[in-house]
Ligand binder design. Structure first.
Ligand code: 6LW
Length: 504
């Protein structure tokens, strides 16, 4: 169902808010497709569709079968699936990525990007992360990885054809040359990379040469994009991919973060996908305005249908935005055992364990309200905002009616508050509120309120916690907050979950 196209003066960045890092984009006719990293979460590598580069609708996940995504028990947060590259060639879609916890570099193909995608073609001889795919005029396929190393491969078997070669590795002394993407544009081969590390020093640089393997001449204006050393509201800009529109215009998708609070600034939504225009001057790309409300592209924008606030769990299959750490959701939960309810079977007993039964969706708004009607049955479980197994806040309900707010920050685990409710189903709620502007240098990015709604509808906030401890600057890693339901013991059920954006 597509909405009516609108023409506006600007659009809102990020175009994919929330934990959607390392974007890779391609275009087939009038359709754009984009894929992102997914790390320890299953299903892996979310795939999106757009007709205007601004509005994206998730059409599936490329790795939605256990045989595509092996995550050994205990896979830690920020393990698993790193940066993908998504391309269309020879009538097929190609997706190459790295599972750092099981399998290394893997190649998948599909005729429909919504899936099903193939089982993995293993590239066991290809070292490194951030693999890119590019085909030259003779049909040879070149795989270029962080470092930056390149090797010719047979994309049908995964075998390497020749020895890997180190090619251009970015600005001398700049760290972490990664996220390489190779393009044939006009008379040149362009090699674009990220460098400086995915934190505040992140940058995009580019070079060009006569062949896919160089030799490469660096752009005199490198880095062509960075926000390091500025107070720009979008930071850590890097890990970019280029795409040309049907009208010949060029665009860049890239990752960035939106820190909040005082100094040093904390980002809680992970690395998000942003869009910026690109023009070409003297055969080099110049990145245009990268802001929170940049000028709209010169074509009608087609708003994508927004996800409903409420998920009733009435369908036999879960919406594609639901993810679980470490295992396929279907291994631990179902919407058919108790029709109209999500039933979660407990695995490891706590969110402190990588293999907990948790089903969540990416927090995509700094201010949002999440509510869920939870029946603890004979067990216990609840609603949580998770950054990783060592950084999460939860409101947990037991069969006895006892409600506890549990905070895990690093090695500290605390029951912050308890309440006795009437045993039985209860609405649990988590509300995040971000300060519109820092309240002094020591202020955090947001406050996380955890509470319940009694049967008579009265709200009962049990705790209001500082959100900085659920930020990447505190926790580290490559992911972002995920909010959802978990089972701690036995089996619990959820009738519905509401995710209500409250960003002003
Ligand atoms: C990814 C690397 C990076 O492999 O972070 O921002 C790593 N760039 O390119 C994990 O996302």
């Amino acid at each position: 169902m597509s909405s009516t196209p609108v023409t506006g003066s600007s659009f809102t960045n990020p175009v994919l808010p929330g934990f959607h890092p390392d974007p890779s984009v391609c275009r087939v006719g009038a359709d754009y497709y984009l894929a992102c990293s997914s790390f320890e979460y299953f299903p892996g590598v979310p795939v999106f569709h757009s007709r205007d580069l601004v509005h994206w609708r998730q059409i599936g996940n490329a790795l939605d079968r256990p045989e595509q995504l092996h995550l050994p028990p205990g896979t830690p947060s920020s393990g698993g699936v790193y940066a993908p590259t998504l391309r269309h060639h020879d009538g097929r879609f190609w997706l190459i990525t790295t599972n750092v916890s099981g399998g290394g570099n893997l190649l998948f193909t599909a005729t429909d990007p919504a899936g099903p995608w193939s089982d993995p073609i293993r590239l066991s001889e290809v070292e490194g992360i951030d693999p890119d795919l590019a085909w030259d005029e003779d049909g040879a396929c070149w795989c270029t990885c962080a470092g930056v190393h390149q090797v010719r491969i047979d994309p049908h078997t995964g075998r390497t054809l020749g020895a890997p070669r180190r090619i251009w590795s970015g600005t001398p002394d700049a760290k972490a040359p990664e996220a390489p993407h190779l393009y044939r544009i006009g008379d040149h081969w362009y090699l674009m990379i990220a460098e400086g590390g995915t934190e505040r020093g992140h940058a995009v640089s580019i070079a060009r040469g006569p062949t896919p393997g160089g030799p490469f001449e660096p752009c005199p204006a490198n880095p062509i994009l960075t926000h390091r050393g500025t107070d720009h509201p979008i930071q850590n800009t890097g890990h970019a991919d280029l795409v040309q529109g049907p009208d010949g215009s060029w665009w860049m998708v890239l990752l960035g973060v939106r820190p909040g609070g005082g100094t040093p600034g904390w980002h809680v939504l992970g690395r998000e996908t942003f869009l910026a225009p690109v023009t070409w001057v003297d055969g080099w790309p110049v990145v245009g305005e990268l802001s929170l409300t940049p000028p709209a592209p010169p074509w009608p924008l087609t708003p994508a249908p927004t996800a409903p606030v409420r998920d009733d769990f009435d369908a036999d299959v879960l919406a594609p935005y639901w993810i679980s750490p470490g295992h396929h959701p279907a291994q631990r939960l179902t919407t058919t055992k108790r029709p109209g309810w999500l039933t979660l079977e407990a695995g490891d007993p706590s969110l402190d364990d990588p293999d907990v039964t948790f089903l969540g969706r990416r927090q995509q708004h700094h201010s949002c309200r999440v509510r869920a009607l939870v029946d603890p049955d004979r067990g216990s479980g609840g609603l949580a905002v998770r950054l990783d197994e060592r950084h999460h806040y939860a409101v947990e309900l037991a069969a006895s009616g006892e409600v506890r707010v549990i905070a895990r920050v690093g090695s500290l685990r605390t029951v912050v508050a308890t309440r006795q409710a009437t045993p039985g189903p209860l609405v649990l709620r988590i509300e995040t509120t971000s300060a519109s502007s820092p309240d002094g240098p020591r202020s955090g990015p947001d406050t996380v309120i955890l509470g319940i709604e009694h049967a008579d509808g009265t709200l009962d906030d049990l705790a209001a916690l500082d959100g900085r401890y659920l930020s990447t600057e505190v926790a580290g890693g490559f992911t972002g907050r995920v909010i959802g339901l978990y089972a701690a013991t036995h089996t619990i059920h959820a009738d519905w979950l509401d995710y209500e954006p409250n960003d002003r």
